[in-house]
Design a protein around this ligand. Structure first.
Ligand code: IPM
Ligand code: MG
Length: 355
């Protein structure tokens, strides 16, 4: 089969890690008889430098016309002082909205080979964990009305959270479907003791649950959830939550896997067009040094094969090649603790060898 993939390399380590994932995809294509055509587009700081804006029209059009999008990372100190609407991060929100990517899947699992990296006590993670965070990605406070105004005490800033029934229903349905394919356990995380949006969210979760009697579901307040994730992560199978809570909890979940350099993500709409990216940032401190861990991006490419192209066998081949490389003891600098580390290109070579 032939697939057109838009590449948004972005800033910092973005270009290096995307190049690694492209090489792995090419190797998979060769082995299984698929051809991938890659077209790069500018985004983030790289686009600001060229056009003065973080998300050019051409980039949006190119992504919408592709079969799928692979993104590296955006942002860096160079653009940190720009106003909100011109920041590189704004491009991420813009492309998510333009592609209607309301579902964000962020799997967080403990790799046996990396168990020693987990900052939690051994008895807490004795059973391991394998969590799928389903984060709402195009609504809530990220996209609500915001601004500056004169308030009671002078200068004031505000951001608002709103969620429509439609937005909640569609993400909750995705989460129940996901639970059906996994361990049939779902925890919906909210702040229903304070927020009106959370109360509507909870009501819709209860309604949707009647359609999935096999799924054991419960609600959890977000403050408690933050605690439960480090107290007993194995209690979770699928988590569904709002945009903001999902942002925060997915960073927490990534940290207990040992390295944020390992976690991929898929952002999906209701077609097969998706955007795939590592959950980590652009790491400007190590950019251009061939030091970055490309595994999260390579695993994001594996998610692309599965979710956008329906290539389960090919996707699994990447995941198991990564497993083998880790089990064989190969590490990039983030995981090497000063011991001998492979470069970005070297670990990519190893993964390709194991395919
Ligand atoms: C993420 C990031 C983004 C978010 C930022 C860079 C806008 O933290 O993808 O988790 O908050 O969604
Ligand atoms: Mg985040």
């Amino acid at each position: 089969m032939n697939f057109n993939i838009a590449l948004l390399k972005g800033d910092g380590i973005g270009p290096e890690i995307v190049d690694s994932a492209v090489r792995v995809l090419e190797a998979v294509g060769e082995k299984y008889g698929h051809s991938f055509k890659f077209t790069p587009y500018d985004i983030g700081g790289a686009a600001i430098d060229k056009y003065g804006i973080p998300l050019p029209e051409e980039t949006v059009a190119g992504c919408l016309a592709s079969d799928s999008v692979l993104l590296g990372a955006v942002g860096g100190p160079k653009w940190d002082t720009l106003p909100g609407h011109l920041r590189p991060e704004k491009a991420l929100l813009g492309i998510r909205a333009a592609m209607n990517l309301f579902t964000n899947l962020r799997p967080a699992k403990l790799y046996p080979a990396l168990a020693g990296e987990c900052p939690l006590r051994e008895d807490i993670v004795a059973e391991g964990f394998d969590i799928m965070i389903v984060r709402e990605l195009t609504g809530g406070i990220y996209f609500g009305e915001r601004g500056m105004r004169e308030g009671k005490w002078g200068e004031e800033a505000y951001d608002t959270e709103s969620y429509s029934r439609m937005e909640i229903e569609r993400i909750v349905k995705v989460a129940f479907e996901c639970a059906m394919k996994r361990g049939k356990r779902l925890v919906s995380i909210d702040k229903a003791n304070v927020l009106e949006t959370s109360r509507l969210w909870r009501k819709i979760v209860a309604e949707t649950a009647t359609l999935y009697p096999e799924v054991e579901y419960s609600n959890m307040l977000v403050d408690n959830a933050a605690m439960q994730l480090v107290r007993c992560p194995s209690q979770f199978d699928v988590i569904v939550t709002s945009n903001m809570f999902g942002d925060i909890l997915s960073d927490e979940a990534s940290q207990i896997t040992g390295s944020i350099g390992m976690l991929p993500s898929a952002s999906l709409n209701d077609s097969s067009l998706g955007l795939y990216e590592p959950i980590h940032g652009s790491a400007p401190d190590i950019a251009g040094q061939n030091k970055a861990n490309p595994i999260a991006t390579i695993l994001s490419a594996a998610m692309m094969l599965l979710y956008s192209f329906g290539l389960a066998k090919e996707s699994e081949a990447i995941v198991s090649a990564v497993d083998k490389v880790l089990l064989a003891g190969y590490r990039t600098a983030d995981l090497a603790h000063g011991k001998e580390a492979l470069t970005t290109t070297e670990i990519t070579d190893k993964i390709i060898e194991m395919l």
